[in-house]
Ligand binder design. Structure first.
Ligand SMILES: Nc1ncnc2c1ncn2[C@@H]1O[C@H](COP(=O)(O)OP(=O)(O)O)[C@@H](O)[C@H]1O
Ligand SMILES: [Mg+2]
Length: 257
């Protein structure tokens, strides 16, 4: 469904030149949950922003269903670490926002919003304002709002990065469950190895900057993916493999300096 081919990105600002990505290629099939894990500063946000059309590549291409991506579009729904909710709108109105832009009739909007509010476990909070919600709940609203627009793929950049450890696991379980129930195609970026292994059908491991794809792993864990998986032998095995790779990257990075 999504194909990234030979992506390169160099930031050139006057006398400062930063090579962020080098020859990055990846493929995501319909309904797949793909994780990208890599050290901080390796170019993950740059990569997902290029796929989202918020940033342009220096060279290479991004194809969604065979069509070249050249800017932002409703076919790609993005969820970031910051909640990006409208603080003056209720939960329901936040979720309905994109539908209103699409000029859907009020009754239809309400129906769809209700469905997604329920899906993320916020039934009963329809009329709350963002400031009345916890971080995890705000991120639930952001997810519901993005899903309500029915994108072909969900692009998530460290969406749970600001949450405490327990809330984070609860949100990971929620997202695993949503992905299984709705067959949404998800590309999820993180620097958290546990998160990558817990959620991914496949995990792309990136090198240090310039970000390259070092390895692609398939994760075979029993369904449903939840906190019980964290203590399984298969989980630990993949985790230590990725840790080893990322350790090597950071010690090599230290030698670069
Ligand atoms: N707009 C920009 N201009 C110049 N450099 C940038 C810009 N955006 C990101 N970078 C640099 O590109 C590298 C990768 O950044 P980023 O994609 O945010 O990494 P990550 O998300 O993996 O932490 C960093 O060195 C960062 O400083
Ligand atoms: Mg980032």
């Amino acid at each position: 469904m999504l194909r990234v081919e030979g992506l390169n990105k160099v930031f050139d600002s006057g006398n400062r030149r930063v090579e962020a990505l080098r020859d990055v290629s990846l493929e995501i099939r319909k309904s797949e949950f793909v994780m990208i894990v890599g050290p901080s500063g390796c170019g993950k946000t740059t990569l997902i922003n290029i796929i989202g059309g918020l940033e342009t590549a220096s060279s290479g291409s991004v194809l969604l269903d065979g069509r070249q991506v050249s800017g932002p579009g409703a076919d790609r729904g993005m969820v970031f670490q910051g909640y990006s909710l409208f603080p003056w709108l209720t939960v329901r109105k936040n979720v309905e926002f994109g539908l209103k832009m699409k000029k859907l009739p009020a009754a239809k909007r309400r129906d769809i919003a209700e469905r997604y509010i329920e899906l993320v476990g916020l039934k009963g909070f329809e009329n709350a304002l963002p400031k009345q919600l916890s971080g995890g709940m705000k991120q639930r609203v952001a997810i519901a709002r993005t899903l309500a627009n029915e994108p072909e793929i969900l692009l998530m950049d460290e969406p749970f990065g600001a949450l405490d450890a327990q809330t984070r696991v609860v949100m990971q379980e929620l997202l695993a469950d949503i992905s299984r129930r709705t067959n949404t195609t998800i590309l999820f970026i993180t620097h958290d190895i546990d998160e990558a292994v817990l959620l991914g059908d496949r995990v792309y491991v990136m090198s240090r900057r310039p970000g390259r794809i070092r390895e692609i792993l398939t994760v075979e864990l029993p369904e449903p993916r939840n906190h019980h998986c964290l203590v399984m032998a298969e989980f630990q095995q993949i985790k230590s493999h990725i840790m080893e790779m990322l350790w090597q990257e950071s010690s090599d990075a230290a030698m670069d300096k």
